[in-house]
Every structure is written in structure tokens, then in C-alpha cells.
Design a protein around this ligand. Structure first.
Ligand code: C2O
Ligand code: CU
Ligand code: CU
Length: 465
């Protein structure tokens, strides 16, 4: 729990040791604790001050993923905290109720720092949410699950090797770690629980289901409650995405939340690394064992039929259609060839052998891809010119998905989002209003949320002017 003094929160980034395996200390990084950080719980309209002290021996930043805030508070690659220094993010919470998170966003080091533990949850509550009969007793029937996969070496240390393959496909491990724990068990004391799921893996997508095939209700996407509960059997979450589900815990025996193989439309198509990627994409894991309540529990009230009202942005509201091409591998794909509309970039080549690019260019802090006038609504058409799935994330804005490969998004994506899966050689259109304070000097990021891709160039910048 955060040490809160009014609306002040204190986070201290530090090195530590974590016993993922009993008796075997693993060198990690954490915020306040040795691995991950406390869940910050904030309310809409609150003014928060989050004090971040960097007691690491290296520079870091802390980004508030999903939060709608001014550029200088975003905690991206521009708000660097040197070792021994502190930084305070001050902002008024504009977001509605949602499960957001925070993590390191240090240029070229995000993957390694998050891998070692620099991440945590940031839960937003609001009045509308509090009026709904939803489970919301944190730690009792409202349970956060930070999902990560990790690779341990013979000494029980986290491997974050420099292998080319890991940079290409992203760093994946063969051990499932949930809230920093291997093989966790949850003992339910209520007839149903709400699970706040965060995919905080560096590169792995999870496809979640229950071992006994039981259904569950989706109630929220990345940034909002959805309109009505949606009954599902499986749910896919790519890195950076969140979802909230409600599941019935009544059962005669323990049951398990499991990770299934990635659906085939999201698996690698072909190419040099496809065998490795297919092997990784089809690994199955147990995520969480749930022990049903021991004693008879009172029946939970039905979920509300209506959870939220969403204003769907009509396409005609968009005054700009922006093309964003995600590219990897030598000479494959070129954003320039799809140029169109004023401002679209048309240059070809010239990126010097970089592997991960957006619109032909590796992340360059001196290049601003888009200057967007505050209040403008834009459609971003994101193409994936590569044989693997990339989760595309935009800072600050909450977008709605218009379509994917020309088809409407899944029912499970009909809420506000900040991260969207772009399938191999696929194309996704999203719509968003870019509101907020103008700041031509400090950019926001957009990037692939496979952290090794982000660190290696698949990131770009926009400013609100
Ligand atoms: Cu999770 Cu640039 O962020
Ligand atoms: Cu973000
Ligand atoms: Cu990627």
C-alpha cells in the first residue's frame, strides 16, 4: 500500500532481492518493495502529487500508462530521474474509473528495468463506478493480477540476455510470475471476484481462460468500463493491455486461471523467426489457482445490466487521417510507400539498417512525427508490415477501435483503449480526440508495447500544440 499523506504518494525506486524461489535471492528492482511497486489508488478529479525518489544506481523514469495528463508529468523519456535525485509528478486525475499502471520508460532501458520489477498498478475510481454494485473491496473481492513471464538462469537470477532473437521477438520467459509470485493461489472468501488483469510482460501475449471452462464477465477494457457485461470463455491481452473480469468462485474443487496458446490470427505468419515465435506463442501456463470459499457464502447481487455510457466518436469528426507503419527487419516494408494526405512522410530508406521502425524511422528524440492542435480528433491507421503481432500504444489519449483488417473490433474491445493489438501484416484504425494543454516542447510517445521493440526504435513522438 502506498504511504499516502492526503493526496501525496511516495515511491522509492531501489535495488533489492526477491525470493521467487525460497532460499534463492534474485537481484531485482522495485518501488518501495524489492519487486514491483504498491498499487496507487486515486480518484477522478483528485489532485495528486507522486514523489518518486531514485535510489537506484542508474537513471530511470516513471510513466503513468493510460493517464490523461500534461506532457511534463507523463514520466516518459524526457522526465529522467538521475540516481539520488527525485521527481514529483503533479496532476489532476481526469480519467474515469480504470485500471492503469506505471512503469519505467527510460530510453533504451525500459525493457530491462521493467523486467527487473519497475512497474505497479494505478487504479482510478470515480463516482459513477462507486454507484454500481460491482465487487470493489481491494484484496478481498477486487484482486489485481500483474501478469509477467520471466526467465531464470542457473543461479536463479533473471536472465535479460543480449541475444538478437530476444530483441527481435521480445524477451519471453518460461516461468509465469503473478504479482511477483510463482504459482500463486487465491483463497476466495466471496462467491465472485473481480480480477483486474494487467499484461505487464515485456513481450508475451496471454490468452486467458479457466481450467474448467467456466465463463466469466468482462466489465472493463484498458481505460473504461464497457457498456454492458460481456460473457466470455477466453480473453486475449497483449503487453500493456488491461481488462477487468468478474468470475464466479463457487466450485466443488479448486480451479485455475490458465494461459492458452495465442489465437492463430495473432501468431507469427512466416519468416526467419517463425518457428521460435510459434513455439513461444503456443506455450501454455497455469496463472492462478483459485480455492473456492470454504463456507456457504451469500449470493452476490446480479451484475448491473448497464455499466457505462460511451460516446462513440463518429468517423466524420476526424479532421486528420494519420498513417503509422510499424516495421521490423532489414528492408521489409516502408511507411513511405503508403504516404497520403498532407504531412504524410514519403521518404524511402535511409534508416541505416535499424531493425525496428515506425514510418521508416527508428525512434529519434529530435524528430516529431505529429504536431496536433489541441482538441483535434484524428484517425490513426496503424499498419504492421511484419510477420508478428505488435501491441500499439499511444500515450495520454484514450482511443476507440474503429476496425481491424476492415472488420469491426471484437466485443471485448468496445471500450476506451490505449493499447491495441495489430496482427501480423494487419491494419487497425483507431479514433481519438487529442485534447489537453498545448506544449510544443515536450512530446508524448506512441510505440509498440513489446518493450524490446520500443527500446530498439519502434517508437515515435507527437506534441500537442
Ligand atoms: Cu506503457 Cu509508453 O508505455
Ligand atoms: Cu503509456
Ligand atoms: Cu513490436
Amino acid at each position: 500500500e502506498a504511504q499516502a499523506d492526503g493526496f501525496h504518494y511516495y515511491l522509492r525506486a531501489r535495488h533489492g532481492e526477491t525470493e521467487f524461489y525460497p532460499g534463492q535471492p534474485t537481484a531485482t528492482m522495485g518501488l518501495n518493495g524489492s519487486y514491483l511497486g504498491p498499487t496507487l489508488q486515486v480518484r477522478q478529479h483528485e489532485q495528486v502529487h507522486i514523489h518518486v525518489q531514485n535510489d537506484l544506481s542508474e537513471a530511470t523514469t516513471l510513466h503513468w500508462h493510460g493517464m490523461d495528463l500534461p506532457a511534463e508529468e507523463d514520466g516518459g523519456p524526457y522526465q529522467i530521474i538521475q540516481p539520488g535525485n527525485a521527481w514529483t509528478a503533479r496532476y489532476t486525475v481526469k480519467n474515469p474509473a480504470a485500471t492503469c499502471w506505471y512503469h519505467s520508460h527510460m530510453m533504451h532501458q525500459t525493457g530491462r528495468q521493467v523486467y527487473h520489477g519497475l512497474a505497479g498498478l494505478l487504479i482510478v475510481d470515480d463516482e459513477h463506478h462507486r454507484s454500481l454494485p460491482l465487487p470493489r473491496d481491494y484484496g478481498v473481492d477486487d484482486i489485481p493480477l500483474i501478469l509477467q513471464d520471466r526467465l531464470f538462469d542457473d543461479q536463479g537470477q533473471l536472465s535479460y540476455p543480449d541475444r538478437m532473437d530476444d530483441h527481435m521477438v521480445g524477451m519471453r520467459g518460461d516461468v509465469m510470475v503473478v504479482n511477483g509470485v510463482i504459482s500463486p493461489t487465491f483463497i476466495a472468501t466471496t462467491g465472485r471476484v473481480r480480477l483486474r488483469l494487467l499484461n505487464a510482460a515485456n513481450a508475451r501475449a496471454f490468452t486467458l481462460a479457466f481450467s474448467d471452462g467456466r465463463h466469466f464477465d468482462l466489465i472493463a477494457t484498458d481505460l473504461s468500463l464497457i457498456e454492458k457485461p460481456l460473457t466470455l470463455e477466453t480473453l486475449m491481452l497483449s503487453p500493456g493491455e488491461r481488462a477487468e473480469i468478474v468470475v464466479d468462485t463457487l466450485s466443488t474443487q479448486p480451479f485455475t486461471l490458465v494461459n492458452l496458446p495465442v489465437p492463430s490470427t495473432y501468431q507469427a505468419h512466416f519468416g526467419l523467426l517463425s518457428d521460435l515465435m510459434r513455439e513461444l506463442d503456443t506455450q501454455a501456463f497455469d496463472v492462478l489457482t483459485i480455492i473456492p470459499p470454504a463456507a456457504a457464502v451469500p449470493a452476490a447481487p446480479a451484475l448491473p445490466a448497464q455499466l457505462n455510457d460511451i460516446d462513440w466518436l463518429p468517423e466524420q469528426d476526424a479532421s486528420y487521417h494519420r498513417l503509422i507503419a510499424m516495421q521490423m527487419g532489414e528492408g521489409q516494408g516502408n511507411g513511405g510507400k503508403r504516404g497520403g494526405g498532407p504531412g504524410a512522410r514519403r521518404e524511402r530508406g535511409g534508416w541505416g539498417g535499424g531493425k525496428h521502425r515506425i514510418n521508416g524511422r527508428m525512434m529519434d528524440m529530435n524528430f516529431i512525427e505529429a504536431s496536433i492542435v489541441a482538441g483535434t480528433t484524428e484517425i490513426w491507421e496503424i499498419t504492421n508490415d511484419s510477420p508478428m503481432m505488435h501491441p500499439f500504444h499511444i500515450h495520454k489519449v484514450h482511443f476507440q477501435i474503429l476496425d481491424r483488417n476492415g472488420e469491426p473490433p471484437g466485443e471485448d474491445e468496445r471500450g476506451y483503449k490505449d493499447t491495441v493489438r495489430v496482427p501480423p501484416f494487419g491494419r487497425v484504425r483507431v479514433i481519438a480526440r487529442f485534447s489537453g494543454e498545448s506544449n510544443p516542447h515536450i512530446p508524448f510517445m506512441f510505440h509498440c508495447h513489446i518493450l524490446e521493440h520500443e527500446d530498439n526504435g519502434m517508437m515515435g513522438q507527437f506534441v500537442i500544440v
